[in-house]
Design a protein around this ligand. Structure first.
Ligand SMILES: Cc1cc2nc3c(=O)[nH]c(=O)nc-3n(C[C@H](O)[C@H](O)[C@H](O)COP(=O)(O)OP(=O)(O)OC[C@H]3O[C@@H](n4cnc5c(N)ncnc54)[C@H](O)[C@@H]3O)c2cc1C
Length: 384
């Protein structure tokens, strides 16, 4: 198992808990992850804002007791020899495998010049922790959040609510949450305003410098702290290993999640891309990583048992956004992630979102003792 995030953790636990007594002595699951903790990435905006002190849980409290954790980073996969080179604190080591699950997730992208040097990347746990230290809520402290998608909106709301004296500005190249229904966008913008966050939408950031961002329309915005929440990128492990990837570097898999050119490598989560027939609607999110991870375990189990794997089918029920601790917005969606004319707002939505955040950590944990305890809705029907 390469990666112990949402996809890797549920895949590990489902796989180990599914084994029969006869199979158990024959199957060994080694989990490679750069840190000994599970990172609750969906709470990173809470960490950055200071509304939560920690978002990590020891992996020993998340993974099945039979999983062997190797703290290290996979550097290269050699699918022909079924080997993976792993860098650990003690140096490099080569692990042999019969089956691999590739679940390395995603990282915060820094596509704007100067972002890496002058901004904190929200999607990186260490950077989010450093942002929390920098955002001290001093009167008039200027905090710029770059990115008008879900993570940018969640970060701006959380920071504005937590630090009422700070001046929070959300900058978005396009409309804020432009993929949502216009009624949802209006409602969420109202909530941001109520929290005191200012929104600059429809203007790209050209560069981030020391203490200011340069906008495409020539304006400059001064900041004390800049938080980058513009997009996700994926680790380049599959690409450097010569496996088939898309332009973003996501591992290309078949309908059962096997790598197109290396069927002993099965993938799940943000770091893979499935064929359109089963994956056109999939978004990066733990709402996808959990069912994909569970399915990846099934594909490996089928291979271990000499059976045919099944085709993946992942559907959605809601998109949910927290707007600080006291408000939220839950958009009910069809299986293909398109909105239904149904939503929940305000405090009840905040409570639902919090329950979902807890559930996505409980799901892999529960699989330790009961394989199949987590289930998810089926994906949309695909035209022939
Ligand atoms: C602020 C924020 C809010 C979010 N809110 C939501 C939300 O409300 N709903 C939702 O569905 N999604 C949300 N997401 C997205 C969600 O967190 C990700 O889509 C999810 O974490 C993907 O799960 P994963 O298992 O694929 O990857 P990850 O959770 O990223 O786990 C990947 C693991 O692999 C490890 N790894 C990476 N490279 C290597 C390597 N070379 N060797 C070994 N291990 C490696 C990583 O360190 C990590 O532990 C949010 C993300 C952020 C940042």
């Amino acid at each position: 198992m390469i990666g112990a995030g949402y996809a890797g953790a549920i895949a590990t636990n489902r796989l180990l808990a599914s084994l029969t007594e006869a199979e158990r002595p024959r199957v060994r699951v080694r989990v490679v992850n750069p840190r000994p903790d599970f990172v609750e990435r969906i709470r990173l905006h809470q960490l950055a804002a200071g509304s939560r002190e920690s978002v990590t849980v020891p992996l020993s409290d998340v993974l099945h007791e039979a999983a062997e954790l190797i703290v290290g980073s996979a550097k290269m996969i050699n699918p022909d020899d079924r080997e993976v080179t792993v860098a650990t604190a003690d140096g490099e080591t080569v692990l042999h495998y019969d089956h691999m699950i590739y679940a390395v997730g995603s990282v915060g992208a820094a596509p704007i010049p100067g972002a890496r040097e002058h901004a904190f990347l929200l999607a990186d746990v260490d950077d989010a922790g450093r942002a929390a230290t920098a955002i001290n809520g001093g009167r008039g402290q200027r905090v710029v959040v770059v990115g008008g998608g879900l993570t940018g909106v969640e970060a701006a709301s959380e920071i504005a609510e937590r630090h009422g004296d700070a001046k929070v500005i959300l900058v978005s190249a396009g409309p804020v949450l432009g993929f949502m229904r216009s009624a949802a966008q209006r409602s969420i913008l109202r909530s941001l305003r109520r929290l005191g966050a200012h929104v600059e939408a429809g203007v790209a950031v050209n560069a981030i410098e020391d203490g200011r961002i340069k906008l495409a329309d020539g304006r400059k915005i001064e900041f004390d702290v800049c938080v980058m929440a513009a997009s996700f990128a994926v680790p380049d492990l599959a690409r450097v290993s010569g496996l088939a990837v898309d332009r973003a570097g996501r591992l290309r898999v078949d309908q059962c999640l096997r790598a197109l050119d290396a069927p002993t490598v099965v993938a799940a989560g943000d770091a893979m891309v499935a064929p359109d027939a089963v994956g056109r609607h999939l978004r990066m999110g733990c709402a996808s990583a959990l069912p994909l991870g569970a399915h990846a375990a099934g594909t490996v189990l089928a291979a271990v048992r000499g059976q045919e794997p099944t085709r993946v089918s992942v559907g959605y029920v809601v998109q949910c956004i927290s707007l600080g601790r006291r408000r939220g917005y839950i958009q009910v969606v069809k299986a293909d992630d398109t909105p239904r004319p149904l939503h929940l707002g305000g405090r009840p939505a905040a409570m639902v979102k919090e329950a979902i955040c807890a559930m996505v950590l409980d799901a892999p944990r529960n699989e330790r003792t009961k394989a199949g305890s987590y289930s998810s809705p089926k994906g949309p029907r695909v035209a022939a």
